[in-house]
Design a protein around this ligand. Sequence first.
Ligand SMILES: Nc1ncnc2c1ncn2[C@@H]1O[C@H](COP(=O)(O)OP(=O)(O)OP(=O)(O)O)[C@@H](O)[C@H]1O
Length: 330
Amino acid sequence: MGVEVTVEGLTKHFGSQAIWRDVSLTLPAGEISVMLGPSGTGKSVFLKTLVGLLKPDQGSIWIQGQDLTTLRERQLYEVRKLFGVLFQDGALFGSMNLFDNIAFPLREHTKKPESQVRDIVMEKIELVGLQGAEGKLPGEISGGMRKRAGLARALVLDPEILLIDEPDSGLDPVRTSYINQLFIDLNAQIDATFLIVTHDINTARTVPDNIGLLYHKHLAMFGPREMLLSSEEPVVRQFLNAQTVGPIGMSEEKDATELAAESGMELPPLPPIALQLGTSDGRPRQGEKEPGAWCRENGVTPPPGSFASSHAGVPGVSRATGTAPEPVGA
Ligand SMILES: Nc1ncnc2c1ncn2[C@@H]1O[C@H](COP(=O)(O)OP(=O)(O)OP(=O)(O)O)[C@@H](O)[C@H]1O
């Protein structure tokens, strides 16, 4: 379950402003991928392009043998049914209660009888932990609950691909951890392909199977979580470790003088790679890999202390794994 999405040579401009050029990547079926990047690098534009809301200037988006960028509106409408999208603010209708908000796509896009709509809506409400809140208006609940309601709505048509734009925006760290856990549990349950756009480094370090980084109008890197977390590539290293030393400046790329001033500066060592967040009931996920597997298969020595159980308390450490694997590279 879940479908693969392959992007080839995707380029997008708004007028003369280039957003990104030549983006190529594959979102593996059923896996969770995260897209990172400084503000304004076009992460939201990327999500909207994937779902066909924006047209790229060049390139292809392959899903189930069809290139989305060449489809007519009618065919695109059909392919769009594969997607569920959770927009940044939940995009709920303020005058509708949560039940009606969540039921909206079912009533719009299907001819299901109300009894069936009710069953599906209540099932999704339970899935996101909002039982009892279905009669409330969006303005009467917290930001975290609104995100959950938006997620339930994104799920009612049983998507194969779930696109999630900054789920942590406006949430405190504890609520962010809860919603991250929900994504992991949900991924295990529905096996859809997830793409999450986030600024939250802890989310990026502990939730996904794959990480991508958009920077300076291109895709700097995309690959398995362990590949990016062990990478010495300056942009990737700077971004994933939230450092000021590196090529990324306050508003754009640093210039030659700024970079020269940093030459010889010693960077702190790469932090250990934490265990990936596990499901809360211990059930395995389709995209789950053994901790350290990518590093071993690729002859990469992970930072000392990686995948160690002594990182209990580090957000994202699996609660379900029970016994942690032997630390690698310690
Ligand atoms: N419909 C549009 N028309 C013209 N320009 C747009 C449009 N949508 C986005 N842009 C521009 O594209 C650029 C990228 O915007 P986008 O919202 O995708 O960035 P982002 O990486 O998601 O940023 P943030 O992390 O701050 O949310 C911005 O300069 C934005 O102004």
